[in-house]
Design a protein around this ligand. Structure first.
Ligand code: GUN
Length: 287
């Protein structure tokens, strides 16, 4: 059997088209959604990501503000910039690109972003809201993965989902979203012995490790849904995920490719969150 592909590019395109309509509706009422992106330093990968985020905003008619700060920016200066954006009613979403230089406390930075503008969903208030099932921003990558499952008509309810990776950005929120969707969830990580013994039980397998070929064909249950969050380079410099795609696609029932899978949906969900922040602001203004 060859797995069916979940096409992240196509779904992201469709998501952006729907967003563009909602952005235009909001703009007609005098409110243009705006995302502020802060990049500290000149990490090459971060520069590419940030450029994409800004271009994505423009593509759906949102305003973007890009703040490029030098690597030696002090923590106090960064916090002051965030506070200014918190107070600016024309800005609806704030994203500080990670990783930050080592002299800056990332937790403190995230805690300074107003939860109502935290479109990354990293603030403790949003992480807590996800934990207890309340309204809040969902981190973009796991949120995008859930949309991909939904688009393929894959029910999480009653299935065994295995998440490999426990980061605050992907693994943990992914597990919570799957749990909320009534899956039975197992979280595996770098200290899990015999990873395959767990992954072979998965009806839905999410790989968010950051190491290529972590998931091989003999680690996948026939017919399983395999979501590959990895973003790595092989020895030829080609982009690849955490899953041995060519081999696993012969075993799985569904699979997301890299590139063209989770990545484009992560970017699309940032726009979804930003639009929701702007719509929340419009509702608050109307009250
Ligand atoms: N760096 C890598 N992924 C992300 C992300 O989703 N958000 C932010 N702010 N930084 C990142």
């Amino acid at each position: 059997m060859t797995a069916r592909l979940i096409d992240g590019n196509a779904l992201a395109r469709q998501t952006r088209a729907e967003l563009a309509t909602r952005v235009a509706d909001l703009a007609a009422s005098g409110l243009r959604p705006a995302l502020a992106v802060i990049l500290v330093g000149d990490d090459a990968a971060s520069q590419v990501y940030v450029r994409h985020k800004v271009a994505d905003c423009e593509g759906v008619g949102m305003r973007s503000i890009l703040d490029r700060l030098p690597a030696q920016t002090t923590e106090a200066a960064l916090l002051a910039r965030i506070q200014a954006l918190n107070a600016d009613a024309t800005v609806h979403g704030i994203l500080v690109q990670l990783p930050l230089p080592a002299h800056i406390d990332t937790h403190k930075v995230i805690a300074t972003i107003a939860p109502s503008k935290d479109v990354d969903g990293f603030h403790l208030a949003n992480a807590g809201a996800l934990m207890v099932g309340q309204h809040g921003f969902r981190p973009c990558t796991p949120y995008g993965c859930m949309r991909m499952l939904q688009s393929a008509g894959i029910e999480a309810r009653g299935r065994h989902a295995v998440v490999v990776g426990r980061s605050n950005i992907v693994g943990k929120p992914m597990a919570m979203l799957l749990l909320q969707a009534n899956a039975t969830v197992t979280i595996c990580h770098s200290a899990t012995p015999d990873l395959g013994a767990f992954t072979r039980q998965a009806d839905i397998l999410v790989a968010a490790v950051g190491r290529r070929d972590t998931i091989r064909a003999d680690m996948v249950k026939p017919g399983a849904v395999v979501i590959d969050v990895g973003m790595n380079r092989n020895e030829e410099g080609k982009l690849c995920g955490d899953v041995d795609f060519d081999a696993v696609r012969e075993v799985a029932g569904w699979i997301t490719p890299v590139p063209g899978g989770v990545g484009p949906m992560t970017r699309a969900m940032l726009l979804v969150n930003t639009l929701e922040a702007a719509e929340d602001a419009a509702r608050a203004r109307a009250r």
